[in-house]
Ligand binder design. Sequence first.
Ligand SMILES: [Ca+2]
Ligand SMILES: [Ca+2]
Ligand SMILES: [Ca+2]
Length: 218
Amino acid sequence: FSGYDCDSDPCQNGGICRISDGGGYRCDCPKGTDGTNCELDSFNECDSNPCKHADATCQDKLGDYACYCPPKHTGKSCEVYDRNSPGGLGKPVLSHKETSIYYAKDFEMLREQCAKNNCQAKRGNFKCDEECNTYACDFDGNDCSLGINPWANCTAPIRCWEVFMDGNCNEECYNPQCLFDGRDCEKTLQLCNPIYDAYCQKHYANGHCDYGCNNAEC
Ligand SMILES: [Ca+2]
Ligand SMILES: [Ca+2]
Ligand SMILES: [Ca+2]
């Protein structure tokens, strides 16, 4: 007998497949799930009232719970007060370090996508290639964003373009919409990143001051 039964990956929801002595397989199911393939919800995670706000709504999920928070509250259990939060599904709030790691990974992934989509060859050809129109791909060499404010979707309370890549970490701007504060938060300032170099060249003397380019490195 060879482990074929597990080859089809029968265990769902993170269950671990093991070959049974008598043939066949069995799934070691994560807490809160049950059934032959861990497909059943065996536990109501809302029973312990995990949502920390009286007006929150708890939803039982497979091996988990979700909290729907009233406005101004967020976090997995609505435990975080955030006056900018519209409410709704509470999402875990990461520490700054965790956020950093998360975005750095995200950025690496996006960079790989750029390479896969051959964005280097498509940039700056005056045709908008949507698959390259990301921060990590230098917005397709700005083919898609000419005349558009790259910070248009940035809702930070401060003017992120004024502190973009200024060497100081402005956490309010450290998100994709605000172009990650020019990665100020990730490491100490290095030589002008080729991405910004390209961005700055493209925007050089284009009629408005690009604060991100207004520094010694660029
Ligand atoms: Ca459940
Ligand atoms: Ca292009
Ligand atoms: Ca900054």
